[in-house]
Design a protein. Structure first.
Lengths: 105, 691
């Protein structure tokens, strides 16, 4: 068994319709393997409804599978959009513990 | 699709929609000018301007936003009865519409910013509009005319419910962008995102739009203005704008439309506090009962009544269906010739029937009503009439008649010429009309109807008619007719279509623009159509254009020459006769006392091979001239899909296209008009050499 990846899954710069399909597949694959999701958003510069939907889906799936879900290094633009659509409270981390924010080295 | 490409496609949608809105706007303005007194029309014009402004704003097209804003302000005052509809107002607004059309054209051409020339004309137009804005000084916005407005003004609260269509994201319409745009109309008090609508992980398509947004908005804008923001995403989307004044059933409807999530939405509405009391919501929902759900489904179904399809995709479909038809014919041929099982033959027969059905439906997809083309002429008749000082009413009939889209694009210019011609030369001046005891106002008719596989378009006026004597005199003068020749009336009118013929005694800047009726005729002929003119002195003139329903398929007549097969458009074939032995070596024959010039296809197209012992003559006619085409064998009628020739063969004279036969062989389609011209030219050359 390898040690859990502590850096989290780094999402691409465009968390948008551009690659929402790939991100969805990737996130679901991680959950399917029984790992919690820690998503590193530091690179994200484009964020749209498609990206938002994928994050919401991933979180819901994580809850359903009783796995962890957390977003780390969320850029202010993304935070701003989340707040704008009233979801700033929804995409909060849940346990069992994903890695705490900022833990990537 | 890259982001760039998506923006492009969203912009393309904007251009299409804006162009449509502008043409509606023009029609509505003209109706208003004609004295139509209807609040709805004024509202429609206002909405059009408003929608264009809103959508242009989404794309950051500031020059359009600024200009439209002024137009919109004027229209808003018209709507509020602060300024009356007057010819002067319409006269100022129509050029603004034209200017907007230019700006939109600019977008279509790829320039997203304005240029100096457009800016200057735009500013001049805006200055013209200032008159209408300034009359009462800086009067406050229109006094609220309805109770709804009053209540709105009191609370300023509005509830916006957004569920974008599944495909919105793919077409570049992002709900979040629209929400951000809403902030320009007012303050978003709260936004609630309904993530519940995302389906299960397996069913969820990451590129589809699922989220619902319930927005509470405080704004000065009217519900219609807020709704207009979403005009471009209406199709397939569920957008509702409600106020406390909306019917309780509308609120209940909204809640019910969320199906299993209705309770959550009811809570959201109660929390937002922009609608009726929570208790009312509950009560009304129950009262509304289960029936409302069904009603909702119906509405959704009606909203997706039409879809936009890229024309090239349609052409591809039709092309493929055409090949399918040919391949099917080949299969049927093979099955028939072999000693095949009867079941197989029956199935192939059934397959052929279905393919033909598919072809017919595919062709119908290309059909569009001619009404939109006709409507353009309202403006032409108005403007040209004004220029000429003539008062002319345009009467449209048969606008619902459907025509192939390709034809519509080509018919506009000939029609434009005929209409200008009728206005300029057909309809007399008001004084002349009164003197002749006719109504002072002239009438121009544009009619369309289907007639046995063709579409007929008629341009008719109630003017002075054609002076046959003058036409004949002019024809003699320009050497088209021998002096002293006697011609039937019809033949005299036909002279008008001869190249270089113009009866206009004074060249006006309208129809004297160098293109004559001969160009009209050439355009119509190129579309496999015919043109006829009928006139009664003192009563008027009617020009009738008859066109095939579609350009993609022709009824052809197959003939064999040597080993090759040619297809002659059936509408050009008059009859088939046997080549008389007396004409075996001559270039003409005696057709019931008439001299019929002959052209031997094998010689014209240099087809090698043995000549048949019994040659046949296919008599073809074009523009009154008959020619006999000498062929080896007659193959019969054949419906075929025209495939254009490649660019390499664009110069090939006498051939208009090709088609593929059931056996896979290629057959050339003969362009009878060009062929006759070619044959005539050759004959003239020869007689010149002999002389």
């Amino acid at each position: 068994m390898t040690a859990p990846d502590t850096s989290g899954l780094r999402l691409p710069a465009e968390l948008s319709i551009q690659n929402a399909a790939e991100v969805r597949a990737e996130l679901l694959a991680v959950l399917a393997s029984g790992d919690p999701l820690t998503l590193d958003l530091s690179e994200v510069s484009e964020f749209d409804t498609a990206g938002l939907q994928v994050l919401l889906l991933a979180r819901r799936e994580a809850v359903g599978l009783n796995l962890g879900f957390a977003l780390t290094d969320v850029p202010s633009t993304v935070l701003d959009t989340l707040a704008f659509v009233g979801l700033d409270g929804t995409l909060e981390p849940i346990g069992p513990s994903a890695h705490s924010a900022g833990s990537r080295s | 699709m890259s982001f760039e490409a998506e923006m492009q496609s969203a912009l393309a949608t904007f251009v299409v929609e804006a162009t449509e809105l502008l043409s509606d706007m023009e029609a509505n303005l003209l109706d208003l000018e004609d004295g139509a007194v209807d609040e709805e029309i004024v509202n429609a014009v206002f909405r059009a301007a408003h929608t264009i402004k809103g959508s242009a704003g989404l794309f950051g097209l500031d020059h359009i936003v600024t200009f439209t804003h002024t137009v919109e302000s004027v229209l808003d005052r018209v709507r509020g009865h602060e300024i009356a509809v007057s010819p002067r107002l319409i006269g100022a607004l129509l050029p603004c519409k034209d200017h907007l059309a230019l700006l939109v054209d600019g977008i279509a051409a790829g320039s997203l910013v304005s240029n100096a020339a457009l800016d200057t004309s735009g500013l001049a137009l805006q200055a013209d509009l200032e008159v209408f804005l300034g009359e009462d000084g800086a009067a406050p916005p229109a006094a609220p005319s309805t109770d709804t407005a009053t209540e709105m003004a009191a609370t300023g609260l509005m509830h916006v419910s957004l569920r974008f269509g599944t495909d919105s994201l793919r077409s570049g319409m992002d709900p979040i962008s629209f929400l951000r745009y809403l902030t320009t109309l007012g303050e978003l008090r709260s936004v609630t995102t309904l993530a519940e609508l995302i389906p299960t992980a397996e069913q969820m398509d990451a590129e589809s739009c699922y989220l619902g947004f319930e927005v509470s908005l405080r704004t000065e804008a009217s519900p219609a203005e807020v709704e207009a923001v979403f005009d471009f995403v209406r199709e397939d989307s569920d957008i509702r704008v409600l106020t406390v004044a909306s019917a309780a059933s509308d609120w209940a409807d909204l809640i019910d439309s969320y199906g299993p999530h209705a309770d959550r939405v009811r809570d959201i509405l109660a929390a937002a506090g922009d609608g009726p009391q929570a208790a009312v919501l509950t009560a009304k929902t129950i009262e509304a009962g289960p029936g409302t759900g069904v009603k909702f489904v119906d509405r959704r179904a009606a909203e997706v009544g039409t879809i936009r399809v890229d024309a090239t995709r349609l052409d591809l479909l039709i092309d493929t269906v055409g090949e399918l038809l040919i391949a099917g014919a080949g299969a049927a041929l093979g099955a028939g010739s072999l000693n095949t099982h009867e079941d197989l033959r029956n199935s192939i027969g059934e397959v052929m029937r279905l393919i033909e059905g598919v072809r017919d439906s595919a062709l119908r997809l290309r059909m569009v009503p001619i009404g939109a083309t006709f409507a353009r002429f309202q403006r032409v008749v108005r403007d040209v009439g004004k220029d000429l000082g003539k008062d002319v009413a345009l009467v449209l009939a048969g606008g619902e008649t459907e025509v192939d889209k390709g034809l519509i694009e080509h018919i506009g210019d000939p029609l434009m010429h005929l209409v200008r011609n009728a206005l300029d030369h057909g309809i007399e001046s008001t004084e002349d009309r009164i003197a002749a005891g006719k109504p002072a106002r002239g009438t121009l008719w544009l009619k369309a109807y289907h007639d046995s596989g063709s579409i007929v378009v008629v341009v008719e006026d109630d003017g002075g008619g054609i002076n046959a004597e003058r036409v004949l005199a002019k024809a003699v003068e320009s050497g088209l007719v021998e002096p002293g020749a006697t011609l039937s009336e019809k033949a005299v009118y036909g002279l008008i279509f001869e190249p270089g013929f113009s009866t206009a005694t004074e060249i006006s800047n309208l129809s004297g623009r160098g293109v004559g009726m001969d160009v009209v005729k050439r355009n119509v002929t190129a579309l496999h159509g015919t043109i006829d003119i009928d006139s009664r002195p003192g009563l008027g003139t009617a020009v009738q254009i008859r066109l095939p329903l579609t350009l993609a398929i022709i009824e052809g007549f197959m003939v064999g020459v040597g080993g090759a097969t040619f297809v002659i458009p059936l509408d050009r074939v008059v009859e088939c006769v046997e080549l008389p032995s007396t004409s075996k070596y001559r270039d003409f024959m005696d057709l019931r006392g008439e001299v019929l010039p002959l052209a031997r296809l094998w010689s014209v197209f240099s087809v090698p091979g043995e000549r048949s012992r019994r040659e046949s003559v296919v008599v073809v006619e074009h523009a009154g001239a008959k020619t006999g085409l000498v062929v080896d064998s007659l193959g019969g009628e054949f419906q075929t899909v025209i495939k254009p020739l490649g660019r390499m063969f664009a110069q090939a004279e006498g051939v208009s296209g090709s088609t593929i036969l059931g056996n896979g062989a290629v057959a050339l389609i003969i362009d009878v008009a060009a062929f006759i011209a070619h044959v005539t030219a050759r004959a003239e050359q020869r007689s010149a050499q002999n002389a």
